[in-house]
Design a protein around this ligand. Structure first.
Ligand code: KIV
Ligand code: NA
Length: 266
């Protein structure tokens, strides 16, 4: 068992202490980040972009995810490990069960899948069989070709009401955690107060129960030269990477990150 469990995260939400999550793809950063106090390490399928150099997350395979999950597991010092199921890795319930099994056996403690209320069936079956699930809502990068780009989601009122309803449905289906990406600040706050499970945000403002960033982004290194509005470079003013990650943990805990300039309005 990791030191940080689902129970730890639920307790943090209950006492109003922010949860710190950061992407991680290898053993050395797993050690550094977990020792700096990051509670949740996410093997994000963002590795398709930041490690592999693709222009989206779609080319990532289950094998890619299992390889990096196993690497993170070896370096981890007590954090909870969450791994993304990649594009088309959970198109059916059977695929979700099989591929989640592979990632759990590689070292994940939870899997993350992107979608809306349609995820309910897979979430229920996975939870019954011992796999906690984080549901990723809002801007879901695996759906970029449907969304027509990487855009803020839930700005129209009807869309916002649907997102609240979907969040409730996925909690009822047995989701262990929610992740909201690029959602207006007030909507993310409403969802976080509505569900009892922890809600992690990225580009979703300060009212969620925790924050996540892509490691490379918060270290200020980029393949494309573009940085999203919600990112902060935590290397600024720091002597090294360990200090930058510790500064991220501190800023999430004392709610100085994200600031108003990192959020989106409706
Ligand atoms: O793949 C990833 O890094 C993610 C985070 C951006 C939440 O899903
Ligand atoms: Na992802």
């Amino acid at each position: 068992m990791p030191d940080v469990t689902l129970t730890t995260l639920q307790a943090l939400k209950q006492k109003g202490e922010k949860i710190t999550m950061l992407t991680c793809y290898d053993a050395t950063f797993a050690k550094v980040s977990s020792q700096a106090g990051v509670e949740v390490l996410l093997i994000g399928d963002s590795l398709g972009m930041v490690l592999q150099g693709h222009d989206s997350t779609l080319p990532v395979s289950v094998n890619d995810m299992a390889y990096h999950t196993a690497s993170v597991k070896r370096g981890n010092r007590g954090a909870l490990i969450v791994a993304d199921l990649p594009f088309m890795g959970y198109a059916t319930v059977d695929q979700a069960l099989q591929n989640a099994g592979a990632l759990m056996q590689a070292g994940a403690h939870m899997v993350k899948i992107e979608g809306t209320a349609w995820l309910a069936e897979s979430i229920a079956r996975l939870a019954e069989r011992g796999v906690p699930v984080c549901a990723h809502m809002g801007l879901t990068p695996q759906t970029v070709n449907i969304l027509g780009g990487y855009k803020v989601q839930g700005r129209q009122e009807a869309q916002a009401r649907q997102m609240v309803a979907d969040a409730i449905a996925l909690e009822q289906a047995g989701a262990a955690m929610l992740l909201l990406e690029c959602v207006p600040v007030d909507l993310a706050g409403e969802i976080s107060r509505t569900v009892k499970i922890p809600v992690i945000g990225i580009g979703a403002g300060p009212q969620t129960d925790g924050q996540v960033l892509v490691l490379h982004d918060m270290l200020g290194v980029s393949l494309t030269g573009r940085m999203a509005k919600f990112v902060k470079n935590f290397m600024d003013g720091q002597a090294g990477i360990e200090d930058a990650i510790a500064a991220y943990v501190k800023a999430v805990k004392d709610v100085s990150f994200p600031a108003a300039e990192h959020g989106f309005s409706a």
